[in-house]
Design a protein around this ligand. Structure first.
Ligand code: SF4
Length: 347
């Protein structure tokens, strides 16, 4: 039988994806797409990717941008550390590598936000170098095809998967093979309802022959996700909304957010900041889920009688709602501003 790699390569040429906007592009653009694609679907990524390269067509332009500009382009895509690391890495490339994306795998790996699989994907796709990738989709394909038990996030299982990924690597056509693995994971060997009847390696897939397609890969051992509740204060004066800059690290680091009250009581916050309220409306609560916890958000619209002194202080801005929607804001804040805009509470 033809090797796993050969079957995948033939399949990719006939049925794989050939029109993704970063395919055949520079290492910089492939890197950008790989970072955006972490935890995010292709259809979501494409418009972000196109907007991003329009503003930052190469690594030097990205390095010269401010973090604020980069995060504004990332706004809504989530996992903002990715955007911050991308910016830091671009500055390193501009400073240490003369603006040229490094060719050496060790140098690529040394850049912030780039792990083994991402570095290998850049080397394989942009430079046709022989390196194995192992992202979430590939882990699923290989765990099923080779019948590997265990949760892929566990060190021993992951090591086994890396071993298999290296063993299956072809001598030639590495770029097509890498794309084939990605395409297989995204379109055939999907998490739910994989299309085994259309799979190029169905003939010797262990999961299929042993009836374990649904069971592999083993899920993450169940752990209760902690839950927190917070109030988001939508402080409004005239047509403007007040936003606060989050600390540089942690959740939504460096983004503009509505003031968030965890334990603090609203009245003492308003008194402390010399804020007098003319109208108070509780908006519909909703939940935002992070990978490691759930945040139940209770938004409160507070119309201020006058703009407080604190408005002039560093770390706070007052913006028109339309303008705020173009700033570096996390998606729950975007969602709230869109609701406000739609309901004409802010007009
Ligand atoms: Fe995945 Fe099914 Fe193909 Fe096996 S036969 S690799 S489970 S799509």
């Amino acid at each position: 039988m033809n090797s796993f790699a050969n079957r995948l390569i033939c399949w990719q040429k006939a049925y794989g994806r050939h029109d993704l906007p970063w395919q055949g592009e520079s290492a910089y653009r492939i890197w950008l797409s790989e970072i955006m694609l972490q935890q995010t679907q292709v259809t979501t990524v494409i418009p972000y990717y196109l907007r991003f390269i329009k503003s930052f067509p190469d690594v030097v332009t990205l390095a010269a941008a401010t973090e604020e500009q980069v995060l504004a382009h990332w706004s809504g895509l989530g996992y903002y550390a990715r955007g911050r690391n991308l910016h830091k890495a671009a500055q390193l490339i501009a400073g240490k590598h003369g603006g040229e994306f490094p060719t050496d795998l060790e140098q690529i790996l040394a850049l912030p936000g780039i792990g083994r699989s991402t570095a290998a994907a850049i080397a394989a796709l942009a430079r046709h170098e022989r390196y194995a990738i192992l992202d979430g989709n590939v882990k699923r394909v290989l765990a099923r095809y080779c019948g590997i038990d265990g949760w892929p996030g566990e060190r021993r299982t992951e090591a086994k998967l890396w071993e298999v990924a290296e063993d299956l690597l072809p001598e030639r056509d590495v770029a097509v093979y890498t794309q084939a693995l990605m395409d297989m994971g995204a379109t055939v060997c999907t998490r739910l309802r994989p299309r085994c009847a259309n799979c190029p390696v169905q003939a010797d897939c262990v999961a299929l022959s042993t009836g374990r397609v649904e069971q592999l890969p083993a899920p993450r051992p169940r752990k209760l996700i902690p839950e927190r509740t917070a109030s988001f204060l939508l402080l409004k004066h005239g047509h403007e909304i007040m936003l606060e800059k989050r600390p540089p690290s942690g959740i939504w680091g460096g983004l503009w957010c509505a003031p968030q009250l965890d334990e603090t009581d609203e009245t003492s916050y308003l008194l402390r900041n010399d804020m007098e309220i003319s109208r108070r409306v509780e908006l519909e609560a909703f939940t935002h889920t992070f990978t490691h916890f759930k945040l139940h958000i209770r938004p409160v619209l507070l119309e201020l009688a006058h703009k407080p002194i604190r408005a002039q202080q560093q770390g706070c801005i007052w913006l028109d709602v339309d303008e705020a929607l173009g700033a570096a804001i996390p998606s729950p804040v975007r969602q709230l501003l869109l609701t406000l805009q739609a309901s004409s509470r802010v007009s």
